[in-house]
Write a protein that binds this ligand. Structure first.
Ligand code: INI
Length: 158
């Protein structure tokens, strides 16, 4: 029982805010499903298209630079990073996957803007397909929900 403990958490009932989605074109066949999932989740929580901005970059490695620039500008309440790095077809998998993730967390700490890491890192194309709208759900939609929750939470914390 947590009845006597103050609990602060984000909710989904009054979703608001401005959202940027930074998308890698690499593996676009799969990544576009993540974008569709993210946009669908934002819209179905009442976020207007005018409060959603999509920015495309060549690959996952470039995502963090653009995310950092947007976060520094302070024009969005949350930023969603979407991409797919697949080990089987990426000789420099560890660099692309590692650097993109650490860049995102650095920006989040530096600028205080929620940044949701929706960059899939998988061993095979099949695993990516599973996370892009098939049996493991759509990680783009999950990332959008994370963004909505964090925007709500940041408002409550003040
Ligand atoms: N970028 C990805 O987003 N996913 C990959 O799987 C990938 N592979 O396989 O190499 C990839 N490479 C491109 C990289 O992100 C940069 O765009 C490129 O290295 C130029 O800096």
């Amino acid at each position: 029982m947590m009845n006597n403990i103050e609990t602060i958490e984000g909710d989904f009932s009054t979703a608001s805010g401005r959202y940027a989605i930074v998308v890698a074109r690499f593996n676009s066949f799969l990544v576009e499903s993540l974008v569709e999932g993210a946009v669908d989740a934002l819209r179905r929580h009442g976020i207007a298209d005018s409060d959603i901005q999509i920015v495309r970059v060549p690959g996952a490695f470039e995502i963090s630079l653009v995310v950092d620039k947007l976060a520094a500008a302070g024009s969005h309440d949350a930023i969603i990073a979407l991409g797919a790095v697949i080990r089987g077809s990426t000789p420099h998998f560890d660099i692309v996957a590692g650097e993109s993730a650490s860049g995102l967390s650095r920006s989040m700490q530096r600028h205080g803007v929620p940044i949701i890491n929706g960059i899939l890192t998988t061993d095979t194309i099949e695993q990516t397909i599973e996370r892009a709208g098939t049996k493991a759900g759509n990680k783009g939609a999950e990332a959008a929900l994370g963004a909505i929750e964090m925007v709500s939470l940041m408002k409550k914390i003040g």
